[in-house]
Design a protein around this ligand. Structure first.
Ligand SMILES: Cc1cc2nc3c(=O)[nH]c(=O)nc-3n(C[C@H](O)[C@H](O)[C@H](O)COP(=O)(O)O)c2cc1C
Length: 390
């Protein structure tokens, strides 16, 4: 597929109710729906299967897999479903406002693209495709250090679109510092320090496939000799938060925090925000799910800084649960992989707008007009005959 403007126009204001996804049955008196007015239903299970069909088994497993027993990976989506919504009735809510701001940057929805590596393996457009898709959905994109497109080129793809740059510790501290500086100059609005990768997780699917990156895959942000190992570089500590903020001139978001005490130390050390994440189950395993870690992190720091969450977010109600638990926004990794692999930039924007539509629909059903003010008592623990689901 040639790189180009294969993206639908940016979404308009979100409306709950008529036109929302999932609405398959119509009232008897309504005219039969034609394909052009049938609301699009986002089926991520089918999309994942379609992505697997277009990728080689080794690449599909690289994207899908987790570390060790994959317990963290498996539990992540279900952990959001351990909560139940408590809808408010008779609140007169028809229209829902999905717009919010992340560290002062306006975005069209509280759902962003998490950093994910080597996007050119999923689609020839790689990170440029994701940038166009996220921009079309008015969603924030986080660009990985391990991108197949250079950070300046991704930034230039949609210069006005909101984006953050995610920093990994590369083998040369000077090169890593240079990346942080360049991110500040290229128009990124925050630097995301990934803190949960002091060493790589052991991903057994990759070992089984003897997976190696294709020799011709560009590692555009890595040093020219393609060396990517961090072994020679000192492991980051809390002190690095202030150092990178100064180098880049950007607010620093620490990604991969799963404890309240760590979150508090990040903020003391100068973090502008904390991102609750288990790295999509690809690092330590088994670890607490983001859905269960989020309340503790929010209690520790959300009075002072924004808190985000990712991991297993697969529906609008998952997003609403995270917002109710105190997240300002959520991020998706694999759903964006599936979107890019199957449809390039329009695939990415379809995933994001689909999740946004589901969120708007669920909020309207819960009597909530504004993603910036979702009360904590919107959710409660799910109950079984044995007591609350934990
Ligand atoms: C294929 C893949 C590559 C990833 N690469 C990165 C990366 O380069 N940097 C990073 O901080 N996180 C990376 N992550 C983790 C994601 O940013 C995010 O935390 C995770 O995917 C969220 O879970 P989800 O996939 O269930 O939405 C990656 C995840 C996947 C699936």
């Amino acid at each position: 597929m040639a790189p180009g403007d294969d993206v639908p126009p940016a979404p308009g204001p979100w409306l709950g109710g008529a036109g929302a996804p999932g609405q398959r049955r119509r009232r008897p008196e309504a005219p039969a729906a034609g394909p052009e007015d049938r609301p699009d239903v986002l089926d991520l299970v089918a999309l994942e299967a379609q992505a697997r069909a277009v990728l080689s088994p080794a690449v599909a497993d690289y994207y899908a897999g987790g570390a060790e027993s994959e317990t963290t990976l498996r539990e992540a989506p279900g952990a959001w479903r351990a909560w139940r919504l408590r809808p408010r009735v008779l609140r007169g809510v028809a229209a829902v406002d999905l717009g919010t701001s992340l560290l002062g940057t306006e975005v069209g929805m509280p759902i962003g693209v998490a950093p994910w590596a080597y996007q050119a393996m999923a689609h020839p457009d790689g990170e440029r495709g994701t940038a166009r898709g996220a921009a079309a959905a008015a969603a924030l994109m986080t660009v990985s250090t391990s991108a197949s497109t250079g950070l300046d080129d991704v930034a230039a793809t949609r210069p006005q679109a909101p984006k953050w740059f995610q920093l990994y510790r590369l083998h040369s501290p000077a090169h890593t510092a240079d990346l942080a500086r360049r991110a500040g100059q290229a128009g990124y609005k925050a630097l995301v320090l990934t803190a949960d990768l002091p060493v790589m997780g052991r991903r057994l699917r990759d070992l089984a496939h003897d997976f190696a990156l294709p020799a011709d895959l560009p590692l555009a942000n890595h040093p020219p000799d393609r060396s990517g190992t961090a072994a020679d570089s000192p492991v980051w500590t809390f002190d690095d938060i202030g150092r990178f903020a100064e180098l880049s001139g950007l607010p620093v978001v620490v990604k991969g925090v799963l404890r309240g005490d760590d979150a508090a130390r990040c903020v003391e050390a100068g973090a502008a925000a904390v991102w609750v994440s288990a790295h999509g189950g690809r690092q330590a395993d088994p670890v607490i799910a983001s859905a269960h870690a989020l309340p503790e992190v929010v209690a520790a720091v959300a009075d002072d800084v924004e808190v985000y969450a990712d991991g297993g977010i697969r529906s609008g109600s998952d997003v609403l649960t995270a917002l109710a638990l105190g997240a300002t926004a959520v991020f998706v990794g694999r759903p964006a992989v599936w979107g890019l692999a199957t449809g390039g930039s329009s695939g990415v924007s379809r995933v994001l707008t689909g999740l946004g539509a589901e969120l708007a629909h669920t909020m309207a059903l819960c009597g909530l007009p504004d993603v910036r003010s979702v009360p904590r008592d919107t959710v409660t623990r799910a109950w079984t005959p044995m007591g609350p689901v934990t």
